[in-house]
Design a protein around this ligand. Structure first.
Ligand code: ARG
Length: 456
């Protein structure tokens, strides 16, 4: 079934039909399509372009189609070219010739632009809410772990001690930016393309402001050619989705490292791990690995759509039909990833003793030892050299800085006193860092207060 054919003499090649059709995937947009059509029909009636009775017949028919698809009585079959064709054909089949008036002053070009925009707008809210749920889980963990110590790393080498609260709050921050990027995208996309026609508007006295308002947009788009050929909002969404996946992928990598035998910082819940078919001892972090792996899919969607759009002349071109599968796949992938990752994090157990021991063992207090000497009057560069030699001595003697006796310490500097041990303890190393953004308990308490307000 086609919406065109009058000017054709011959039949469409069978393979061309398959190649051209999009209904197998754009049927996902049926609710958006029908909602847009209902508002379009109401607007046509209000403007006297069709009669009130016709508008009523059409909108009632569309409501029924919507509820029949929703409850499964009406199945969208793949013999139609696209979802727009299916809805219009079904309407005319059910209500007769009046159904043929629905498409007055409209093209599938502005129709599909509207449907896709409404879908992306709705999915932005879904994704943002899923991220918010994840943030709630992170905040619980942050609050419970302001003195769970672990080494902080640079170059994947132990650097300075931090806490699980501080580490996880770094991800909380990334997710704040992720949600604000989604919000930005939504604000920019919220103009309604309906009424742009095929590319040059129409001669009917459409009330585009009415349609835009009824469909929850801030107003109509301002240029009809741009309206039917703009997919920036989808690219922006895929960009935001890619960054979200990049963040989850970095987090995944840390989970894999922390879960490795030699680190053993965490225990992933049985519900979120899998085993090996041959090695009985295995408990693998597959969810983290899959999220890391699926990041490539979402980047792929972004690159795909950018490439599709890169040389398209104005206005609509069929190339743009390629947008939908990429968008749908990215939406499903990122939502599943956020939700599953959040579940895995929610059920994670921290091996606090192992983490703390690891934080103690890697000379993560060397900076604080140098700072101790500075406070006793030694110049920082000299202090750096003295503690460097101390570290070398510890390595040779298989000791930590805090294991050295006062006598051994005096071998490096005679300004060192009993108070040295407290100054280089894990707790002091963390809690003395009280400036905004630092891991110390005081600074973290301020961050937690901010996160609580943010989530409200
Ligand atoms: N399935 C098409 C798409 O997704 C709908 C628009 C078709 N427009 C056209 N002029 N053939 O882009």
């Amino acid at each position: 079934m086609k919406l065109w054919g009058g000017r054709f003499k011959g039949e469409t090649d069978r393979l061309v039909n398959d190649f051209n059709a999009s209904v197998s995937f754009d049927k996902k947009l049926y609710a958006h399509d029908i909602r847009g059509s209902i508002i379009h029909a109401r607007m046509l009636g209000k403007q006297g372009i069709i009669s009130d009775d016709e508008a009523k017949l059409i909108t009632d028919g569309l409501e029924k189609i919507l509820s029949d698809i929703n409850d499964g009585t009406l199945v969208i079959d793949d013999t139609y070219e696209d979802i727009h064709t299916f809805v219009e054909a079904t309407l005319t089949e059910r209500i007769g010739d009046t159904g043929k008036k629905l498409h007055t002053g409209r093209s599938r070009n502005d129709q599909v632009a509207l449907d896709t925009r409404m879908y992306v707008r709705e999915q932005i809210d879904v994704l943002s809410e899923n991220i918010r749920e994840f943030q709630k889980i992170l905040l619980r963990i942050i609050k419970e772990n302001t003195d769970t110590y672990l080494p902080g790393f640079t170059h994947l080498q132990k650097a300075q001690p931090v806490t699980v609260a501080h580490h996880f709050s770094a991800y909380f921050e990334m997710l704040i930016r992720d949600r604000s990027r989604l919000e930005d995208c939504k604000n920019r996309l919220n103009l309604c393309p309906l009424g742009s026609g095929a590319l040059a508007g129409t001669t009917y006295p459409l009330d585009r402001e009415f349609s835009a308002g009824e469909l929850g947009f801030d107003g109509p788009t301002r240029n009809s050619m741009d309206s039917v050929s703009d997919r920036d909002y989808a690219i922006e969404f895929l960009n935001a989705a890619s960054i979200i996946m990049m963040h989850l992928s970095r987090f995944s990598e840390e989970i894999c490292i922390w879960n490795s035998n030699d680190y053993d910082f965490i225990e992933i819940d049985d519900a979120y791990s899998t085993g090996s078919s041959i090695m009985p001892q295995k408990k693998n972090p597959d969810i983290a690995e899959l999220v890391r792996g699926k990041t490539g899919r979402v980047y792929g969607a972004l690159m795909s759509l950018l490439t599709t759009m890169k040389a398209l002349p104005l206005a609509y071109n069929k190339d743009m039909q390629e947008d939908k599968e990429q968008i749908f796949d990215a939406v499903d992938t990122v939502n599943m990833s956020v939700t599953l990752f959040a579940g895995m994090i929610d059920t994670l157990k921290f091996n606090k003793d192992t983490m703390e021991a690891s934080a103690k063992l890697g000379f993560t207090n060397a900076t604080d030892a140098a700072d101790y000497l500075v406070k006793k009057g030694v110049a920082f560069r000299d202090a750096h050299g003295i503690i460097g030699e101390m570290v070398l001595y510890c390595i040779d003697n298989n000791k930590a800085i805090d294991d050295l006796s006062l006598e051994e310490l005096h071998g490096f500097s005679d300004v060192i006193g009993e108070d040295f041990y407290d100054a280089v303890s894990l707790k002091t190393c963390v809690d003395a860092r009280t400036t905004t953004g630092a891991p110390g308990k005081k600074a973290m308490e301020n961050a937690i207060a901010f996160y609580e307000e943010y989530l409200d």
